[in-house]
Design a protein around this ligand. Sequence first.
Ligand code: 4NP
Length: 162
Amino acid sequence: MISIVYILMTKILMVCLGNICRSPLAEGILKSKLSPDMFVVDSAGTSNYHIGQFPDSRSIQIAKRHTIDISNQRGRQFKISDFDTYDVIYAMDTSNYQYLKGKARTNVDQNKIKLILTEMDNMPTRDVPDPYYSGVDGFLEVFEMLDVVCDNIAAKLLSNNT
Ligand code: 4NP
């Protein structure tokens, strides 16, 4: 049974292509900045490539270096009912944003979808780059971008919840 407390929690979903590199990091980073009593943070991929898999070992390592444990996450694919469950759905890049926009059933669904870097002023790019084919440096760059933008997102969420 779903509790009233769960219904009242703000629920945020992070979405990338594979759900093994960027969105697991975004989930772990935002979770580390928010109380689990008030916020649910989850992640998903638009593809079915990595369902049930651990996050990429490079994402696990870079998170661990920052004392964030994402090793308990498992890849899953975005599903339409996520529009009902989540209040805000953050796409990591324009391609995944367009995919989600194409799946939205209503204006309510449409309005839940945001490109994550638009939560941040002065970002030089609109997309969190896909680090899958890059080296460890690419993962560090992704971590640093997401850490900054998640600071902003957490501050906004907390100011709305007080
Ligand atoms: P992600 O990275 O979308 O940040 O999880 C990728 C992971 C896997 C693939 C592409 C991007 N792939 O093609 O398998």
